[in-house]
Structure formats: structure tokens, C-alpha cells
Design a protein around this ligand. Structure first.
Ligand code: MTE
Length: 335
């Protein structure tokens, strides 16, 4: 990835008014969560009751209700220690809002994520433009704690809230020609300063793709929340992909388009630097990036004196679940 050396996270000194209002709203939400708990229902909000100084993102009412009902999936979750909330929401890659790790949090706070719609197109029997609220009707959300391994060789353990991509794709009834799925992020330079920059690295909008069997794999998640709350804008609100066995750049944020295709899509990083980034981007410690090793990773939180370097696992530790998707393929060629 065309990256600058990441600075350590600088906690923001300033609280924009919108955040302050969200925080007040959070306190109300926390009280509501507590009431739910007392009535015997599990509450994701109460489960991650953070201190009141932390910014929480609640999203629209209909989403809050669904988030509170989310159940933890132990089958799909790791029990490794979670990255702290401020790392998950303050150390981000979202080039639409800038190249620095703290740019997305600084510049995405007024990003409008409600109402939101997703256009379904291509090789599919039920194309159309669907409101997010309709997409989520009848969907039970679950919490899954996944490892996220960035191609830049850092990683975090993150508690996402979402639902399997497969369940959504099936509803649109892909045709027999659908071999791949292409995802597109919103293109809105007015809201996204990175898309206005003359020094941009990416040909906007950001695009990603999966082979159909990868998209249908039970590990592949569409996330609408994190840490029991709605996704913050910097994490790809209101809808993002999470593919835990692939490098983080496959996990495209703020999705507005899903297209079923016969041809393999060209994803944004592959288009930008084809020698460095491929279509598959499976986490693979034995295939180095042309400019750095992929055999280890910096597990956040880490610091200069305690870098917390760990070995990178094939398929990010999910090999027993996904390796057979690639049997017979030369993973050096299909990086
Ligand atoms: N999606 C869009 N639209 N734009 C981006 O710049 N960055 C990717 C991915 N999704 C990116 C994106 C990269 S490189 C990573 S590592 C993850 O988002 C980071 O997700 P996080 O910020 O929620 O940890």
C-alpha cells in the first residue's frame, strides 16, 4: 500500500459539537440499555459500557434496537484480547478521508449515513435500489470477534456486529452467470476530502471484489456495528464488509453498490499497484509484499518500547475454515 509511516495515535484534544451531542445521546442509550438488562434481555450496549468520556455512535433508532438484540457468536469468535475502543475507532485506513491514520476520525464526523441505500445490479434476478433499513429487516445481528490483519503489517482484534453476507446475496437471487461480486464505496467528494485531493492515489470510487464462493463463505460478514454500537463513520458506516482471512483492504467500507459479475473485478489497490496488490489478498506469511515482510505483524495496541510483534498466521489463523477454497491454486501467483 502506498503508505506513510504510521504515527502513534494522537488522542484528539478537541471534542466537536456533533460528537458531544452523540455522547449525550449515548448516555441516554446507556440508560435504555440498562433498562433492557434489568428486564432480562441481553444488551450489547451494556456489555461494552465504556466510560462516559468515550465517544459512542448510536445510529438511527431502528438500528439501535437491532444492535441491542445482537447475540455473541462463540463459534466464529476468537477469545484473544480486544483492541481498545479508541484504537479501533481512532487508528483507521479510509483514504476517502485522508492518508493519515487519524484523518478518518478527524474528518468523517459529519459524514451522512442515514438514510442510506445500496444498489444491487448485474447478474441477479432481483436488481434494484434497497434502503438499508429494508436490507436489515428480518435479519438477526450477531457479534463476531475477528482478527483484522492489514497489508501494512499491523493487526487488531475487533468485536464487529453484523450478519453473514451470504444471507443477503441469496435474497437477490444471483443468476447462473454470477461468478464474482463487486462492491463499491460511496463517491461523494463534497463529503469525502480524500476524493477531492489532487494527490490522490486511488481512482475513485473504491472498489473491491470477491469470488462467489468467498462471498458465500460463512465467515464473510457485513458489519453495521462495532463494540455493541453502530459503526462510526471512520470504520465504514453504515455498512462495510469484513473478510477476516484476507488483508484488511478487502474489507471495503461504506458500501453503496453490490454487482454480480461473470468477470473477475479489478479492485482499487490492484488497479493502483498491480505488482503489489492482487485480487485474492489472502493473508500469507510466506509471500512478502515487494517492499516489506509479511511474516510478522504488530498487534495493536503496541508502542515503540513494547512493539508486540507476533507471527502472522496463514489465512490470518482461519486456514482450517478457508484453505480448501484455494486448493490447487499457486498462492504466489494469486496473491
Ligand atoms: N474501504 C474504503 N472505502 N477505503 C479505504 O481506504 N481501507 C482498507 C479497508 N477498507 C479502505 C477501506 C484498509 S487498507 C483497511 S486495513 C481497513 O479498511 C481498515 O479498517 P478499519 O479502519 O475499520 O480498521
Amino acid at each position: 500500500m502506498l503508505i506513510r509511516k504510521a504515527p502513534d495515535i494522537a488522542p484528539s484534544e478537541i471534542t466537536p459539537e456533533s460528537i458531544y451531542r452523540q455522547r449525550r445521546q449515548f448516555m441516554k442509550g446507556l440508560a435504555a440499555g440498562g433498562a433492557l438488562l434489568m428486564s432480562g434481555q441481553a444488551s450489547a450496549l451494556a456489555r461494552y459500557a465504556l466510560d462516559e468520556e468515550q465517544v459512542r455512535y448510536l445510529g438511527p433508532d431502528w438500528l439501535q434496537q437491532k444492535l441491542r438484540a445482537a447475540q455473541k457468536s462463540s463459534v466464529f469468535s476468537t477469545d484473544e484480547p480486544l483492541a481498545p475502543y479508541e484504537h479501533v475507532t481512532g487508528y483507521n485506513n479510509f483514504y476517502e478521508f485522508g492518508l493519515g491514520k487519524d484523518d478518518p476520525k478527524a474528518y468523517a464526523q459529519n459524514f451522512k449515513t442515514d438514510p442510506w441505500s445500496v444498489e444491487i445490479s448485474g447478474e441477479v434476478h432481483k436488481p434494484g435500489t434497497y434502503q438499508l433499513e429494508d436490507i436489515l429487516k428480518g435479519v438477526d445481528l450477531e457479534e463476531r470477534i475477528y482478527r483484522l490483519r492489514c497489508v501494512e503489517a499491523w493487526s487488531m482484534v475487533i468485536p464487529w456486529v453484523g450478519f453473514p453476507l451470504a444471507s443477503l446475496l441469496k435474497r437477490f437471487e444471483p443468476t447462473g452467470n454470477a461468478r464474482y461480486v463487486e462492491f463499491t464505496t460511496l463517491h461523494d467528494p463534497k463529503q469525502m476530502p480524500g476524493q477531492r485531493s489532487r494527490f490522490g492515489t486511488i481512482d475513485w470510487p473504491y472498489v473491491e471484489g470477491l469470488r462467489m464462493d468467498e462471498a458465500m463463505h460463512p465467515l464473510t460478514l457485513l458489519a453495521v456495528g462495532v463494540y455493541g454500537d453502530a459503526l462510526p463513520p471512520q470504520n465504514g458506516a453504515p455498512l462495510r464488509l469484513v473478510v477476516p482471512w484476507k488483508y484488511g483492504f478487502k474489507s471495503i467500507k461504506s458500501i453503496v453498490g453490490i454487482r454480480f459479475t461473470e468477470q473477475m473485478p479489478v479492485n482499487s489497490w490492484q488497479r493502483t499497484a498491480p505488482r503489489e496488490y492482487g485480487f485474492y489478498a489472502n493473508v500469507n506469511p510466506s509471500v512478502n509484499h515487494p517492499r516489506w515482510s509479511q511474516s510478522t505483524e504488530r498487534r495493536l495496541p503496541s508502542s515503540l518500547f513494547s512493539p508486540n510483534i507476533i507471527d502472522t498466521q496463514p489465512f490470518n489463523g482461519y486456514a482450517d475454515q478457508v484453505a480448501d477454497l484455494y486448493s490447487g491454486m499457486d498462492l504466489r501467483k494469486w496473491y
